[in-house]
Design a protein around this ligand. Sequence first.
Ligand code: NAD
Length: 487
Amino acid sequence: MTRRPEGIPELIPHYINGERVGSIDGDTFDVLDPVTNEPYTKAASGKPADIDAAVAAAKNAFENGPWPKMLPRERSRILHKIADIVESRGDQLAQMESFDSGLPITQALGQARRAAENFRFFADLIVAQADDTYKVPGRQVNYVNRKPIGVAGLITPWNTPFMLESWKLGPALATGNTVVLKPAEFTPLSASLWGGIFEEAGVPNGVFNLVNGYGEEGFAGDSLVKHPDVPLISFTGESRTGQIIFGNAAPFLKGLSMELGGKSPAVVFDDANLEDAIDATIFGVFSLNGERCTAGSRILVQRGIYDEFVERYSAQAKRVKVGMPDDPSTEVGALVHPEHFEKVMSYVEIGKSEARLTAGGGRPEGFEEGNFVAPTVFADVKPDARIFQEEIFGPVVSITPFDTDEEALELANNTKYGLAAYIWTNDLKRSHNFAQNVEAGMVWLNSNNVRDLRTPFGGVKASGLGHEGGYRSIDFYTDQQAVHINL
Ligand code: NAD
């Protein structure tokens, strides 16, 4: 039985001004199947000339096309159509995403639904948009004139790629901008569906453009960041890449939104519902193969329940089912790419020298090739350990004991990151005090990572710059001009 889904092109092209095109210099790169690490197709490798063509198309569509001038209701209708199409193709999308990225198929399906929801959410939000007006009686009226900015450059990572692309495309397009998307080079397949989806929904040519390729200097990502006709960059990826992009965008004073890495704590106090806390913290780090920015990858457990927690948690981690990404019973599939697999495995080896291994620790039995890693648990992890401090971005978790609330807070805040935090306690005061003091952009109390799309999404410290979500995304993708009228 072949795992390969139907409809994979022989070459994954760019999409520029409504045309599917190869790179101007003809260059391509191999795209690998994470189960075998064999190339299964090629993608066009974008260079500065391809970015020039895509930006020119987007600029022309912004300056001369109907998109920025449409009524919000008209754009909203098209965005709802996009959501309908994404929903109706959920199975195909999930199959492609799972095949390309190694994500378990059931989880890829959930991400496809979320992509549709992102479009629906911003389609609704844009028609409900109200802007401020201020009156100084007898003297002045002041109002806000909100305008799209121009060509938005969207640079995305390989984890849940289609969903994360939709999280940027939805608000960028809803607000009337035109875009150039540079998807991650490890996972270009599902992004190749966007062009057809937008055509069917009635998005005018040139509004959406996509250039595949690498990120570094001389390639697509870097030249998009440095393009003078791209005033906005929305980036999701590693903190180190964010720093480079920050530097490269500085001479142009571009608008930047950065959603970066994480090493988020899950803090379990001794009064917590242990069963719920164990289930949620297992899901929090092993779902999406652990390749999740908000993974609760450092579990801090109060001393009184520590031994029991470690024992039960490790036993449950051993029961997490590793399997083929297309098998509906699989809970952890294959990591995205051999380079990433090597990185995660190197941390597993580092962990063995730093802490006590209680589950996993290498390839799962029966998976001699491909990027499979057994769910791995390290206990007694010290705060100066590399596996405590550094983002591993795989199915690897560290557990550390603490005694007091103060110690828990100090440990929770003791990394350069500040994306998410999860707190498990039945003490109301303690939970709110902890939530308000922990250095994290998002906190979940006695809860899994479930989001309301109206809330701010983003991190503090090395985890990000700026917040998107709800009206904050609308603010990022628009200029708010103040108009003052004398009475
Ligand atoms: P990455 O930083 O390696 O790459 C992300 C994207 O940036 C890719 O498209 C890449 O080609 C491009 N890129 C690389 N160098 C560039 C440069 N110099 N200029 C312009 N573009 C460049 O990240 P990744 O490995 O693809 O993704 C995993 C990372 O993303 C993890 O750190 C994870 O935590 C983070 N992430 C964060 C969030 C969030 O919302 N905070 C969400 C998902 C992933």
